[in-house]
Design a protein around this ligand. Sequence first.
Ligand code: 15L
Length: 274
Amino acid sequence: MKTLLITGAAGDVGTHMRRELAGRYRLVLSDKRPLKPARGEKFIRADISRMADALKITRGVDAILHLGGYSVEGPWEGILNANIIGCYNVFEAARRNGVKRILFPTSNHATGFYRRDEVIDHRVYPKPDSRYGVSKVFGEALGSLYADKYGMEVFNMRIGNVNEKPIDKRRLAILFTPRDMAQLVQIGIERPGIRFEIVYGVSGNKRSWYDNANAARLGYRPQDDSEAFAAEVLAREKPGADPIAEKYQGGTFCVLEDVPNPAAPKKAVKKKKK
Ligand code: 15L
């Protein structure tokens, strides 16, 4: 059984992947937040913005699912530390520790400034919609360098929205159910001959704005389609959304400056003295 490191394992997507991949891989988990490992899992608390930590977590693993990082638009410093420095540290530590295969969850926000009436494939030039999107383009470029220069095997998934159901109209196009993600992740780990690939991490959504032929070529057969929820989602969609957000695939990321960081470690709340 292969050993898979999941960084950012305490987050939502990490939690889904732990459940979906349990029993298929020996799971090594890391996060800067605390996490209670289940039976058979190993947890290492680590801050990937420190190279020593990145070296520690990548030792002795067969593949890495690098979920750790800042996952929304936010202040540059947070993105810089987690998604530029942290991402570099994970790739570099993997190289030094002889780990060849990295699965990099890039994002739909790496191409978020393509219009919703366009269909794009894996060969389009990036058009990030946010600092966060730029950091994902950085990760894709870093993976390209490490594949070409050091022979690493890099599987980039431009992830949509990981959820069981679509939460709004935009997500009808980019829903990515946990079981479809687990299928794509397994292709990324198991498929022989990967050097550098970009695929879209989305379910088989009827309203998709991606031509995901590259994922299909590699064997991806999504089981889910957001269409089953379309009527219900559209009925509750409020009119009058921002016209820029409506026009582009990245939605509100195209206009927002800052949203709360879902991965921020919780601050200890001091109890008031009575
Ligand atoms: C992303 O890249 C984010 O990581 C996730 O939190 C969602 O916001 C998703 O995109 C989305 O576009 O819905």
